[in-house]
Design a protein around this ligand. Structure first.
Ligand SMILES: N[C@@H](CCOP(=O)(O)O)C(=O)O
Length: 502
């Protein structure tokens, strides 16, 4: 649909033009800094930053109802720049001109209602948000669309050139970074640092395929992150981890998409996300707060952050009930099937602390909760979800396990509706499924397969057959008919099929 067909009162707002005044705000000393160069930490005190639109109040010039209409009508446009996260332009990056926006298909992943079997097991209605349906098959694409659109804006306005983008990754960030950077080559090149042996083969293939320089180093993600931080402090590189506040901004789209898909009604809703480097939960809280502030939603949903027992520093921090006594202690992680979240020292922890306070204060009650789940439940839940029509990764198993645990702990109730995140596509983590099916998960994962969830292929080669086809050597005539007939009978026998009435 073209804008002239839209209702008159929203027509002028349908195609956004650059507006607002963005700056970095330090979460420590609250100092602000201009956005004409990339900053990751406060030059004054070293604390992490968030981006802020100094003119955000102008968004209140339109009513919540008008905003909802603008956003719904905008969905009908055919303009690529406004099809992904930037259909929320005023809330994501109002200063970015449409020509700089990089859209590769991210930011409209479906929410899929769980079937009756699953809803009964959990005891409440819930949906999966399938973030594996983003272009690099994980939720990181929203943040990369934002960070790389900003970099493109800096390059085209002559503020930087020859950008080398770097990131540390457990697999998904590097896949997204390499994909988005490769679209902008030769202006932008990328290098990724991975903990050796700690990303899946599928995830490793992604940055390799997109032409990034891939470095594998000993240790875990937290070690890679420190090296990338050191690189960005000393050398002229653009850091693409969520320490980069543009990443957080893009990931806020996750909240906007959920709100829009649920008719902007967040009453009795629970948004469940796994926590790794904590960028996502930061963005989710920030996004809902912005929509509330603009009157687009009238209530904040509950937020449930989930971690594995093997990597749960955020959960441990919040398990101290007395806020004054809470001290953040980075932990040494143990191997986790939720490998992308195997992080003991999340870079966004200061942002989480600040936003949880703001969120609960705004809601006037506790709305953010944390649970920790064992590896066994993560794996069992992933497989159970996928046996019921989903494409959940192990982190999708983690959120389902987290929701079940939160039900048991009385943190969420049957009259609420949950939206749980499957952060990536199941195929990225198929190796864990394979090890579970074959009972080969190393002991330190502490997972024992449940027989009822295991599956394996059955090789059929009827003994009576003299010849079978092979690649490049097809059978013909009687031999082929014999092969088809005996193989079909053997499969029917295996499945206990009854004969069709003639
Ligand atoms: N799980 C992440 C870890 C890095 O997270 P980021 O959001 O800070 O980039 C990954 O996929 O690498």
């Amino acid at each position: 649909m073209t804008p002239e067909k839209f209702p008159e009162h929203i027509r002028d707002h349908i195609i956004p033009t650059p507006s607002g005044e963005m700056c970095y705000r330090c979460l420590g000393c609250t100092e602000t800094f201009g956005i004409d160069k990339l900053l990751y930490t406060c030059p004054a005190c070293g604390e992490v930053l968030l981006l802020q639109d100094m003119e955000q109040n102008r968004l209140k010039g339109l009513s919540g109802q008008t905003w909802r209409e603008i956003l719904d009508y905008r969905r009908m446009l055919k303009i690529p720049a406004l099809k992904g996260i930037y259909r929320f332009h005023e809330f994501i990056g109002p200063v970015i001109p449409l020509e700089s926006i990089l859209y590769l298909g991210e930011g409209h992943t479906p929410i899929v209602q769980a079937n009756e079997t699953l809803q009964e097991i959990v005891g409440m209605p819930f949906y999966y948000k399938n973030d594996g349906q983003n272009p690099s098959a994980s939720f990181k694409d929203r943040g990369m669309a934002s960070a790389l659109s900003y970099i493109r804006y800096l390059v085209t306005s002559g503020k930087v050139d020859n950008v080398l983008a770097v990131c540390a990754s457990t697999g998904d960030t590097s896949a997204a970074a390499a994909l988005y950077a490769s679209y902008l080559q030769p202006l932008v090149k990328s290098a990724v640092l991975l903990p050796h042996g700690k990303v899946t083969p599928q995830q490793l293939s992604q940055p390799l395929g997109n032409g990034a320089a891939v470095f594998e180093i000993p240790g875990v993600f937290d070690d890679c992150m420190k090296v990338v931080e050191a690189l960005s402090e000393k050398y002229n590189v653009a850091l693409l981890n969520s320490k980069n506040a543009w990443r957080i901004l893009g990931q806020e789209s996750y909240s906007y998409e959920i709100a829009q898909d649920l008719e902007f009604d967040m009453k009795n809703k629970v948004v469940v996300v796994p926590i790794g480097n904590a960028g996502n939960i930061t963005a989710v809280m920030a996004g809902f707060l912005k929509f509330l502030d603009a009157g687009i939603i009238t209530e904040l949903p509950k937020i449930l952050g989930v971690q594995s027992h093997h990597a749960n520093p955020v959960y441990q921090y919040y398990s101290e009930p007395d806020a004054k006594k809470r001290r953040f202690v980075p932990m040494t992680v143990k191997p986790s099937v939720a490998q992308a979240a195997m992080i003991g020292n999340p870079v966004s922890m200061p942002r989480v602390i600040s936003l949880v306070n703001q969120y609960n204060k705004k809601a006037d009650c506790q709305k953010v909760f944390f649970v920790s789940v064992p590896e066994q439940e993560i794996m069992d839940c992933q497989l159970m979800a996928n046996r019921n029509g989903h494409i959940a990764c192990t982190h999708g198993g983690e959120t389902l396990a987290g929701l079940i645990r939160a039900r048991k702990e009385g943190l969420v109730h049957s009259d609420e509706t949950a939206i749980i995140d499957s952060t990536a596509h199941a195929l990225k983590f198929s190796g864990f499924q394979e090890m579970y099916f074959e009972d080969r998960l190393p002991e330190e994962y502490e997972v024992k397969p449940q027989k009822s969830l295991q599956n394996k292929p059955v090789f059929i080669r009827p003994e009576g057959l003299k010849e079978v086809p092979a690649p490049g050597m097809p059978l013909t005539g009687t031999a082929f008919r014999e092969f088809v007939c005996q193989t079909a009978d053997a499969i029917a026998n295996n499945l206990h099929l009854s004969l069709r009435d003639q």
